[in-house]
Write a protein that binds this ligand. Structure first.
Ligand code: ZN
Length: 396
């Protein structure tokens, strides 16, 4: 019995037949009958494998061999990344009664370096290829981009005027996980603009109503309902799971809370707001998020407005009128930004405020600059924990 790992490997190499990659390629090109067994772990397999290979991670070899390799007389070549695991696997297969087992030496890493053909498991189903075909046709999205969208996680603050169109387009686009933070129920006066809801769902929770619409629109999307108000106590828990925050709330306490969490946690926030016939949107891209995504950083909200105005100077708490359609324009701009952030394509609104005047049908752009004196994202921050601002009213 070998007593050390080195002895064991030496013993196994003596007992198993090795085949070079050149020889293996020759046999595959000549369509010789050979069963390739990839004994690497599943995540290695997903990154690519030799075409035609059967995946049996080494830890499952004894359990799965009989089912996946029914013919014990068939010629088998096992491979792994470098040739060691496959040698051990080949020895195991021999012990299980397989008669013609060889091990590739070295393994897949070298196979890839030699530019020999490799295959990747399909990440999209046929139904998904069909559903997202107009995305896939765009070289900037493609299958890889669609897979990124399906794996992405976005948190929508509010299923109201801005959240409604954003949720619907993000769901249609195949954003895999959409979290929605909203504690309200659907009111009849919401339906003039909050298109994710429906007349039949007046009185039901907005998160549930939105989830119903999304389920009907795209079964690929998982909606995570957060039936609660955003506070300093739950903001980190809520943000933690998501890549991008889409902010459709419009009140001072939330705006500062979202901003500070964005900076502290390094989360990009796509901001939108509306008033009467006017809307605006921008993207807050904190430095750590920008670095991770390889994009330009921008100012935070406190770079522009270090502190909220005193409550008596804040805009009136009276319900303001709003042209319903305006929500569609601004909310879909926010959704577009969120999609671009996930895809890593184009330029975001970081450092730019886009304003829209629907009466004059004019878009304008204002430059926003980082402030070296910013109390939260500047070099000497004076704000390092969350502040609950009180005395403001929520407008939706
Ligand atoms: Zn700042």
């Amino acid at each position: 019995m070998p007593s050390t790992y080195t002895d064991l490997i030496a013993d196994v190499r003596k007992r198993t037949k090795q085949v070079s990659l050149e020889e293996l390629k020759r046999r595959l090109d000549a369509r010789e009958k050979v069963t390739l067994v990839d004994v690497r772990e599943k995540d290695e397999w997903r990154a690519g494998y030799i075409p035609g290979a059967v995946s049996i991670p080494r830890g499952y070899l004894e359990m799965q061999a009989e089912q996946k390799l029914p013919d014990k007389n068939a010629p088998i070549v096992a491979y792994c990344a470098g040739g060691t695991r496959s040698a051990l696997a080949a020895a195991t297969l021999q012990e299980l009664g397989y008669m013609h087992v060889e091990t590739a030496n070295p393994g897949f890493v070298r196979w890839k370096d030699l530019n020999y053909p490799i295959e990747s498991p399909p990440e999209l189903t046929d139904a998904q290829r069909e559903r997202y075909s107009r995305h896939i046709l765009l070289p900037e999205v493609g299958e890889a981009g669609q897979v990124r969208l399906l794996k992405s996680r976005m948190l929508l603050l509010g299923a109201g005027g801005l959240g409604s169109p954003a949720i619907m387009y993000l769901a249609a686009a195949g954003v895999g996980t959409i979290g929605i933070v909203d504690a309200d129920v659907v009111d009849a006066s919401n339906l003039q603009r909050q298109i994710v809801h429906a007349t039949s769902r007046v009185g039901t929770a907005k998160v549930d109503s939105a989830a119903t619409t999304v389920a009907e629109l795209n079964p690929d999307v998982k909606v995570v309902p957060h039936k609660e108000r955003l506070t300093s106590a739950n903001v980190e828990r809520l943000f933690d799971d998501y890549d991008v925050i889409v902010d459709g709330t419009d009140n001072f306490p939330t705006r500062y809370l979202v901003n500070d969490a964005s900076v502290f946690m390094g989360k990009p926030v796509v901001h939108g707001s509306i008033f009467r016939f006017d809307g605006q949107a921008t993207t807050f891209m904190p430095e750590s998020a920008a670095k991770k995504l390889g994009v330009a950083a921008g100012p935070c909200y406190r770079c522009l407005y270090p502190e909220p105005p005193p409550p008596h100077l804040a805009p009136s708490c009276q319900e303001a009128g709003v042209l319903g359609i305006l929500c569609g324009i601004i909310g879909t701009i926010q959704a577009t930004e969120a999609i671009k952030i996930v895809l890593g394509k184009g330029s975001t609104l970081a450092g730019r405020l886009l304003t829209y005047d629907s009466l004059q049908m004019k878009f304008r752009e204002l430059k926003l600059r980082r402030s070296p004196e910013c109390p939260v994202c500047g070099p000497k921050p004076s704000i390092t924990s969350y502040i609950d601002y009180e005395g403001f009213c929520a407008v939706g």
